[in-house]
Design a protein around this ligand. Structure first.
Ligand code: PLP
Length: 355
């Protein structure tokens, strides 16, 4: 892949700033955006025209491919400020690698690593005043790629746009959630795109999730195609604590390989907690709930870090989890955020400082 012009990012600064007078702390997650965005295009077989511009709408032809055939992928990451106003990312190399894995699966062009990192770090340097400092706040970063070529014949696009936008976000108040275990709908299929961070995976989840909400639940725990094994919780990876063992499904072509998930596994092993990456069946979970060995269920992902699941339902049976003392969920959340906000040693070299 040619990468000649890539590190040459044109910068067009916004003349005015939307930076709120009373600061960027405690804003609603994902709802306001910073002054600038990064954008580059793929054309004639090459990534080109990398620039930072004022945040602005795109003008797209109605026949633009993404509208018709859904070639759209994204990433989700965060920038954190420490007590000295130093800025850190958490394992951004993993997001960069995963973006390209998603691209390959969706027949989209891979983005060179240097372009991803140059765009990201240049944008963050310009937007550093937008990174909140209040406890639990961060700048949510959304890199994404869409098919921007024209024509409604069903074929992959020959042009693409890659962009990065940023949203200052308040403490993600991760409420305890109740879940329905999927017994009909699926988020991913064998041989499908479940392991890609493809936009359509989210679109396909909204209807079944809304059905669960109507029944008084918040989310769905997705199962495999036979609805036998537990796979993901909503848009998060899912962990179970049975007795003192931590269990999570192995990644597969149906499961998103989460950065939070893999970090929790590493931390758990390092702390001497027994971890098993293996399939967990609905039957095993019900049995553990009945005999009291099921201590915790939680979802793991960048946005909320950890979301505790306190009740699950399966085929009209409901199981409530008892409160535990010294919860794994709380412990991992503290460990992870201490590393992310530069409050603890970085034993695994996960922090990435923005200079
Ligand atoms: C993004 C995502 C996750 C979490 O991944 P992180 O890298 O931890 O943020 C889990 N499951 C799905 C389906 C996702 O889209």
């Amino acid at each position: 892949m040619e990468t000649d012009i890539l590190t040459n990012i044109k910068i067009e600064k916004s003349e005015t700033s939307k930076l709120p007078k009373n600061g960027v702390n405690n804003l609603k997650f994902g709802s306001s955006f910073t002054d600038h965005m990064f954008i580059c295009t793929y054309k004639n077989g090459k990534w080109q025209d990398a620039k930072i511009t004022p945040y602005q709408p795109l003008s797209l032809d109605p026949s633009t491919r993404v509208f018709h055939y859904g070639q759209a992928i994204f990433e989700g990451m965060k920038a954190y400020k420490d007590a000295n106003n130093d800025i850190f990312l958490f394992r951004p190399d993993k997001n960069q690698e995963r973006l390209n894995k998603s691209a390959v699966r969706m027949q989209m062009p891979e983005l060179p690593k240097e372009l991803f990192f140059d765009g990201l770090t240049t944008l963050l340097q310009i937007e550093k005043d937008w990174i909140p400092t209040a406890e639990g706040n961060s700048l949510y970063i959304r890199p994404f790629m869409i098919a921007s070529g024209h024509g409604i014949y069903a074929a992959p696009s020959d042009e693409y746009i890659f962009m990065i936008i940023c949203s200052p976000s308040g403490k993600y108040y991760a409420k305890d959630v109740n879940v329905v275990i999927a017994e009909h709908y699926s988020r991913a299929a064998n041989g499908g795109v479940g392991a890609a961070k493809a936009a359509g995976n989210y679109g396909a989840q909204f209807y079944p999730t809304q059905q669960a909400i109507k029944k008084g639940f918040n989310q769905i725990i997705w199962t495999d195609s036979t609805h036998t094994y537990l796979e993901e919780a909503g848009t998060m990876n899912v962990f179970f604590r049975i007795n003192d063992t931590l269990l999570t499904a192995p990644t597969s072509e149906r499961i998103l390989d989460g950065v939070t998930r893999k970090s929790i596994i590493t931390l758990a092993k390092d702390m001497g907690i027994s971890v098993e990456e293996r399939r967990v069946s609905v039957e095993e979970l019900k049995e553990a709930a009945k005999n009291g060995s099921l201590k915790e269920i939680f979802g793991a992902g960048t946005a909320a870090v950890i979301t505790r699941i306190v009740k699950f339902s399966y085929k009209n049976e409901e199981f409530a989890l008892p409160k535990v003392e010294s919860s794994y969920a709380d412990m991992f959340k503290k460990h992870l955020t201490d590393i992310q906000y530069n409050r603890s040693a970085d034993k695994f070299n996960w922090r990435f400082k923005i200079l």
